[in-house]
Design a protein around this ligand. Structure first.
Ligand SMILES: C[S@@+](CC[C@H](N)C(=O)[O-])C[C@H]1O[C@@H](n2cnc3c(N)ncnc32)[C@H](O)[C@@H]1O
Length: 210
């Protein structure tokens, strides 16, 4: 039987895969640097879905080493960015990256879990997440939190590109359908799935309005 799209490849060390879920220690720091070399095309695709404006306040869930938060911070000079990640080592790497790029003062980075966002209702114009959703144990709980913190009329973009060995485009599509259904149950409107052919496999981004 083929593995689930987000399960570890059967011939990969489980310890390494777990580091993408919650990086920790020296191996986690190394994995954070690997993530920072991430796919530029995937980021550009997802960030293009956000229709950013200079004044926007933007939340990223599962920011990893903070590469996309830094990109977004540069595009919202009159607004700001916030993020949540449950890995202390990712928080440290993201803070360092944002400080070096001069964005830390407009950034509110928190250590915590996606299903309990430490932010006020209607706090954000945009919420996004890239390849973190496959690790969320309770997708409905996170979808409700996204709906809560997103302003009415704001946009959420949740992207997923399955990275396990043997994953195919339909794995991405099936996962996107689950995301779309969870966001619909949480009350987001005008939901749609955008696709982008990327290597090694299709990336799907579910976009919805608060
Ligand atoms: C594969 S990395 C992706 C990082 C970044 N978004 C990127 O595209 O490079 C997944 C990230 O999501 C975080 N994460 C996973 N589950 C989480 C949860 N339940 N709450 C908060 N962060 C979570 C991990 O710590 C990790 O930094």
């Amino acid at each position: 039987m083929r593995p689930e799209p987000c399960s570890p490849p059967t011939d990969s060390p489980r310890g390494l895969f777990a580091q993408f879920d919650k990086p920790s220690g020296r191996l986690g720091a190394f994995v954070g640097h690997l993530m920072a070399w991430k796919s530029g095309p995937r980021s550009r695709f997802v960030l293009s879905m956000l229709e950013l404006a200079a004044h926007h306040r933007v939340l990223e869930i599962g920011f990893g080493p903070g590469v996309d938060l830094a990109r977004v911070a540069g595009r919202v000079p009159e607004g700001g960015v916030a993020g949540i990640d449950h890995s202390a080592i990712m928080l440290a790497q993201a803070r360092t990256r944002l400080r070096r790029q001069g964005h830390l003062e407009r950034a509110d980075l928190r250590l915590g879990s996606a299903d309990l966002l430490p932010f006020a209702d209607d706090a954000f114009d945009r919420v996004f997440s890239i390849n973190s959703v496959q690790f969320w144990p309770d997708l409905d709980a996170v979808a409700h939190e996204i709906s809560r913190v997103l302003k009415p009329g704001g946009l959420a973009a949740i992207a997923m590109q399955p990275m396990s060995r043997g994953a195919v485009a339909d794995d991405a599509r099936r996962f996107a359908q689950r995301i779309q259904q969870a966001l619909a149950r949480a009350g987001l409107r005008k939901l749609r799935v955008s696709e982008r052919e990327l290597r090694p496999v299709l990336c799907c981004c579910v976009v919805g309005e608060g």
